[in-house]
Design a protein around this ligand. Structure first.
Ligand SMILES: Cc1cc2nc3c(=O)[nH]c(=O)nc-3n(C[C@H](O)[C@H](O)[C@H](O)COP(=O)(O)OP(=O)(O)OC[C@H]3O[C@@H](n4cnc5c(N)ncnc54)[C@H](O)[C@@H]3O)c2cc1C
Length: 517
């Protein structure tokens, strides 16, 4: 099939993009694919909300810009920060128009406080903002007859001039596993959009679902597209220590915004020694403070004390956290919550321009897999859903224009070669793949985590190279599986993070190497 647009990923960025294009042009053919069911991805787990300047009596775009630049630690692109903050209200109003509900107080949107923000500006739906957005967008995207949705389809590689044996620098679609048909299919497209999310699964402890394996980043890297800022991996300071149903459960920053305090096991507010803002300092400072404290004490966690937050607020504002904690015997507000930092967000990614186009013509990247210049060295809380909305809009408008320009004819796309690599199988090599994935996670957690040293990075590089060799062997000797595809991407991203980390000679934002302290 030849499509006008192939969108790979169905979180907030991919769905918003597809809806915007379809609303503007009902003739444009769009195929939307997701690796799992349409709703699985980082978006549906977002708790806190979206940062938007709404209360103009107290807040201003200047303040939001300043907070973003401060958190980004001189790594942000100021022009990008400015237009993202300024376009926030338009994008939020659209989301509301499409049916997304946000909490209100006296008819006005309730604005919560989060770390690093100088004013209350987080628009949210209880502690399940992401789920609310995901469900509304999923329902809306299904109403457009020109959008074809393919769930359980996995991106393997992008199609470029390398495959068509032409000279140029363009993307022509992707090779994709159809999990149901158990084969690799070609989807040719005039424009391809990566909205594949992050790669938290590189670490043993992550708030991301297990499908967050950096597949878009891996495919872009193999297509020789520039990736930047990969070492800037943000760790969320407060994930529940105990996994719930095998998953890491996040305790949103908004709990600290509502009065939650962080204590060590001696009941001291240890973070005040690191920063006068204590538990409400930006995430990098809080995560490092907690990790340092954990390394000092016997217990491998710290306490999040929410006893000053009334039970009624827990139940109305944080019902999911209240219910989840209660299910494992933590009674709020009186019981403190044991928390640890967990890998959470990729500030870096595929380098894009102000309309989200990458350096490969016809390839756009939006959402967490992109590096737009908004986050710099450290993302400000609740700025990523906002970034996804703003750049999905900009990319959609740009793609509509690009489709009017001269492009190869349909015969060219039809003549693109079918996948000529290994075939697809459901489950061979599964055991090796799982063992190697766990080894990789251990290396990244121990040596390329919150704290790094030159020595730990060098050692990690050697071990990752070793795993890379084994993955290449598996790739060439076996049929592809989903798991092998994921591992192939994870090992590439691990290698790039470790390599790029060794090039950074100063500590900035979330990046911390003891040798430069
Ligand atoms: C627990 C948690 C809480 C968060 N809270 C907030 C918050 O309060 N505010 C905020 O601003 N941000 C928050 N974030 C971050 C934010 O949710 C994400 O950055 C954002 O949702 C990413 O959206 P996305 O569209 O880029 O990708 P995702 O929502 O992650 O979607 C990725 C999509 O790509 C698809 N995909 C991946 N690989 C492939 C492949 N190989 N083939 C086909 N499809 C593929 C997946 O199936 C999925 O559809 C949170 C994140 C987490 C994990």
């Amino acid at each position: 099939m030849v499509q006008d647009l192939l969108v790979i990923g169905t979180g907030i960025s991919g769905l918003t993009f597809a809806i915007k294009v379809a609303e503007e042009n009902s003739k444009c053919t769009i195929t939307l694919i997701s690796k799992n069911d349409i709703n699985e991805g980082n978006t549906r787990y977002a708790q806190g909300g979206i940062a938007v300047v709404r209360n103009l009596k107290k807040d201003s775009t200047e303040k939001h810009i300043k907070d973003t630049l401060l958190a980004g630690d001189e790594g942000c692109d100021p022009d990008v920060v400015k237009f993202v903050v300024e376009e926030a209200n338009l994008r939020l109003d659209e989301l509301i128009k499409w049916g997304t509900a946000f909490d209100k107080k006296k008819e006005k949107l309730h604005l919560a406080m989060e770390g690093g923000h100088s004013e209350n500006r987080i628009v949210h739906y209880k502690d399940q903002t992401g789920k609310q957005i995901q469900e509304v967008l999923t329902a809306k995207v299904k109403t457009f007859p020109n959008i074809t949705i393919l769930e359980n389809h996995t991106l393997v590689d992008l199609i470029t001039d390398h495959h068509s044996k032409t000279k140029g620098n363009r993307c022509y679609g992707a090779y994709v596993i159809s999990q149901e048909e158990e084969k690799i299919i070609k989807i040719s497209s005039k424009i391809t959009v990566l909205s594949t999310g992050g790669a938290g699964s590189l670490y043993a402890y992550s708030t991301n679902p297990s499908i967050a394996t950096g597949d878009g980043l891996g495919a872009a890297y193999r297509a020789k597209v520039q990736l930047e800022g990969l070492p800037f991996v943000q760790f969320h300071p407060t994930a529940l220590r105990d996994k719930v149903n095998g998953n890491v459960f996040l305790i949103t920053e908004a709990v600290r915004g509502a009065g939650g305090k962080l204590h060590n096991t001696q009941h001291e507010e240890f973070l005040l020694n690191e920063d006068p803002r204590g538990a409400l300092a930006p995430r990098d400072i809080v995560a490092r403070g907690i990790q340092k404290q954990i390394q000092k004490q016997k217990e491998k966690f710290v306490w999040l004390d929410g006893s000053s937050i009334p039970k009624t607020i827990w139940k109305s504002r944080f019902p999911n956290i209240y219910k989840t904690c209660s299910s494992i015997g933590i009674q709020l507000p009186q019981d403190p919550i044991p928390v640890v930092p967990a890998a959470h967000y990729f500030c870096g990614g595929i380098k894009v321009n102000q309309y989200s186009e990458s350096q490969l013509k016809g390839l756009y990247a939006i959402g967490e897999c992109s590096a737009t210049g908004l986050h710099g060295a450290n993302r400000l809380a609740s700025n990523s859903l906002l970034e996804a909305l703003v750049f999905a809009h900009r990319a959609a408008m740009d793609c509509l224009k690009s489709l009017q320009k001269p492009l190869p004819d349909n015969a060219f796309y039809k003549a693109l070669p079918e996948w000529d690599g290994e075939g697809y199988s459901k489950n061979n090599t599964l055991e090796d793949v799982q063992t190697l994935r766990e080894k990789l996670q251990e290396i990244m957690t121990d040596s390329v985590g919150i704290f790094k040293t030159n020595k730990s990075l060098k050692q990690a590089e050697e071990k990752i190279n070793d795993i890379y060799g084994k993955v290449q062997q598996l790739y060439h000797q076996n049929e592809l599986t989903n798991g092998l595809c994921e591992l192939r991407n994870l090992v590439s991203i691990a290698y790039l993070i470790t390599k790029q980390s060794q090039e950074i000679k100063e500590n900035r934002g979330v990046f911390y190497n003891h040798d430069y302290a």
